[in-house]
Design a protein around this ligand. Structure first.
Ligand code: SF4
Ligand code: SF4
Length: 83
């Protein structure tokens, strides 16, 4: 599937262990990435500073569901299951 522009659930629900510009300890689960814009787009999208984990993440129906609310719930559940 194609990523829903303006969703941003995967930039909020999961934790990111690698450092990000402005988030040197990484991103805790459930916390909005500082690079997620008000319209839920990645401010580092074309930057070499975008973490590898963000580059690798791709939209799937299992994770992203049918809408943003489903994606937030599924990604939060996955985070709590995998720690
Ligand atoms: S959760 Fe899925 S649809 Fe939403 S921004 Fe991330 S990859 Fe795109
Ligand atoms: S760097 Fe971009 S893709 Fe990665 S979590 Fe932040 S806003 Fe999302």
């Amino acid at each position: 599937m194609k990523c829903r522009i303006g969703c941003g659930a995967c930039c909020i629900a999961p934790s990111i262990s690698s450092p990000l510009p402005g988030m040197p300890e990484g991103k805790p689960a459930g916390v909005r990435c500082v690079h997620l814009s008000a319209d839920n787009r990645c401010g580092l999208f074309a930057s070499p500073e975008r973490p590898d984990v963000c580059e690798r993440f791709s939209a799937t129906p299992e994770l992203c569901g049918d809408n943003r609310g489903q994606a937030l719930a599924r990604l939060a559940r996955l985070e709590s299951e995998t720690g």
